[in-house]
Write a protein that binds this ligand. Structure first.
Ligand SMILES: [Zn+2]
Length: 561
């Protein structure tokens, strides 16, 4: 045993139910050797040289927070585009950008940008205007071809929604992309007469639309720049582990290299799990997908590894493209399924299921959750498995009955709770109606059904911060933006349950709870250091607790304002 570092704190919450509190943790070579008090760990300290690191006295240590569903690199590429989102944000280098409150202000911003747009090199056409961040719920309804044609019929305009499940284009952009009324592409939007309305919805159609502006969206260096920025955002939020839930949509190699370099040069102090998107994996490797997993396993380290597989089966909550059961959307919209036809879902998931590759299945709306549960049931009937950890991602609009079914089938949930606070008022009026909007993220039902779940942010592809203490605060309080109204109070959960959902239960959802998620002997020494104790503050102020920094494998990384 090498020299021990003993971290002391006012209190350590371990998330080990058997030994929930401590005030000292001994670490060697990045792993935990002993947890307890300076007295209780004497049998180790008598035998091994040690130093006491008491700089966190007066502070609180928890297991490092785990946000099990983010898109750090992809969001950075969008952050480098012209921004038309509803909230103040930053670009990929951290420079501040102001939000635009409504559709009118977005249109004037696009007009300004069109005026500045340059001619192409041959002087005959205009180069495309590419923008990110439109939020149809917060900014006043969807854009479309007619609205964008009114801005310009010469400059091609390409606007991807904040939640990038939908791209809006004008006529010159539609021509540039190369589709017409006869094109058969899943997610190509049409008005009731069959005319293209400028929408490209979900992965297949958005990929077609993205090819035309590929150089602008995936410009060199954005990935590395954004990972550096997001590394500090993660430390500031207390996050030590995350999973990129859409690996391979740009390039398996470039994405891996960007992460690998950022981790090696120290700008990304995180453990990262890259979860391949099934569509990309299938297009690239066909039936030979196992070769990919074997090859990538040989490159994995303690900080970077490929994990599981991701299916995307409906649209997003903020872009109002998810799928709903009766009575559907307020205004008759229908949302959209993912690129895998639902009738093919069983056949597409079965090879991964049989190989024991954990399936993460994106399902936002209750219709999609029904389809997902039906598929899980069929998988269980075809090849019964225990401890499969099949995870429904987002689980935004669900019913108590679905929670009980998910439990019966042995599934897990990774839930986005942020919309309860940020959007329940908006979506009561737009899209989903009051009942669905209030009961978004039914965590209480999951607890009652005995389903293990995590809380995630989906950062930065929905209008929510990556800030696990905010997720906890929402899960415990369910307050809307007026900070007075409590929505679906029976879906609130206890503080302890919520903190588990950002630590040890989130580790379980990523199948990493044998070495992450709690402060136990043998696990990685990943901690979050807080200025105040979440178990002692007023529950309404949990999100305001200052994160002092993170400890990853025994190394301290300070938060910066
Ligand atoms: Zn996502």
């Amino acid at each position: 045993m090498d020299k021990l570092t003993v971290f002391t704190a006012t209190r350590i919450h371990t998330m080990d139910p058997g030994r929930p509190q401590a005030d000292a943790v001994a670490v060697s070579n990045g792993r935990i050797v002993s947890v307890g008090t300076l007295e209780s760990m004497q049998p180790w300290l008598r035998r091994t040289p040690y130093e006491i690191d008491d700089r966190f006295l007066g502070r609180i240590i928890l297991p490092g927070f785990i946000d099990p569903h983010t898109h750090l690199r992809l969001s950075g590429t969008y952050m480098s585009l012209n921004y038309v989102g509803p909230i103040d944000s930053t670009d990929h280098l951290g420079q501040p950008l102001s939000g635009l409150p409504d559709q009118e202000s977005v249109i004037s911003r696009l007009k300004e940008l069109v005026a500045k747009a340059t001619d192409s090199s041959d002087g005959t056409t205009k180069s495309p205007l590419v923008a990110w961040g439109y939020d149809p719920g917060m900014q006043g309804g969807h854009l479309n071809r007619d609205i964008l044609d009114a801005i310009s019929t010469e400059t091609p305009i390409w606007v991807v929604a904040y939640a990038p499940h939908i791209i809006y284009t004008n006529t010159p952009m539609i021509k540039k992309i190369g589709v017409d009324e006869n094109s058969q592409i899943h997610g190509l939007g049409r008005d009731p007469t069959g005319k293209l309305n400028g929408w490209f919805v979900e992965t297949e159609a958005t990929a077609v639309a993205a090819r035309a502006v590929r150089n602008q969206v995936y410009g060199a260096g954005f990935g590395a720049d954004s990972l550096k920025l997001q590394g500090q955002v993660a430390v500031n939020s207390g996050v030590t582990t995350t999973a990129d839930m859409l690996y391979g949509t740009h390039s398996f190699e470039e994405e891996w290299d960007d992460h690998s370099k950022a981790i090696t040069n120290g700008s990304l102090p995180l453990r990262m799990f890259l979860v391949p998107f099934e569509g990309s994996l299938r297009r690239r490797y066909g039936e030979n997908f196992l070769d990919f997993y074997q090859h990538m396993a040989s490159q994995a380290s303690d900080q970077l590894a490929v994990h599981g597989v991701k299916f995307v089966n409906d649209g997003s909550y903020p872009s109002m493209t998810l799928r709903l059961n009766y009575p559907g959307y307020l205004d008759g919209e229908e949302g959209l399924t993912g690129e895998v036809p639902w009738e093919d879902m069983f056949d597409r998931m079965l090879p991964f299921w049989k190989e024991g590759i954990q399936i993460h299945s994106h399902a936002n709306g209750d219709e999609t959750i029904d389809m997902t549960l039906n598929t899980l049931k069929a998988l269980q009937n075809a090849a019964p498995r225990f401890d499969h950890r099949f995870t429904i991602e987002h689980y935004c609009i669900s019913t108590p009955a679905q929670a009980r079914r998910l439990s019966a089938l042995g599934g897990l949930a990774s839930v986005n709770p942020y919309f309860v606070h940020y959007r329940s008022k908006i979506q009561a009026e737009k899209g989903f109606g009051p009942d669905r909007a209030e009961a978004t993220a039914r965590l209480g039902s999951l607890v009652k059904a005995g389903v293990t779940f995590a809380l995630h942010s989906d950062y930065n592809l929905v209008v929510a911060p990556m800030h696990p203490l905010t997720a906890v605060w929402i899960a415990v309080n369910r307050l809307t933006t007026d900070n007075k109204t409590i929505v679906a109070p029976g879906e609130r959960i206890s503080l302890d349950q919520a903190l588990r959902a950002i630590t040890v239960d989130a580790a379980h959802v990523l199948n990493q709870d044998d070495h992450l998620g709690s402060i136990e002997v043998g696990k990685h020494a990943d901690f979050t250091v807080l200025d105040e104790d979440p178990y002692e503050v007023d529950p309404k102020t949990i999100k305001d607790i200052r994160v002092h920094g993170t400890i990853l494998a025994g190394e301290f990384h300070p938060a910066r304002a």
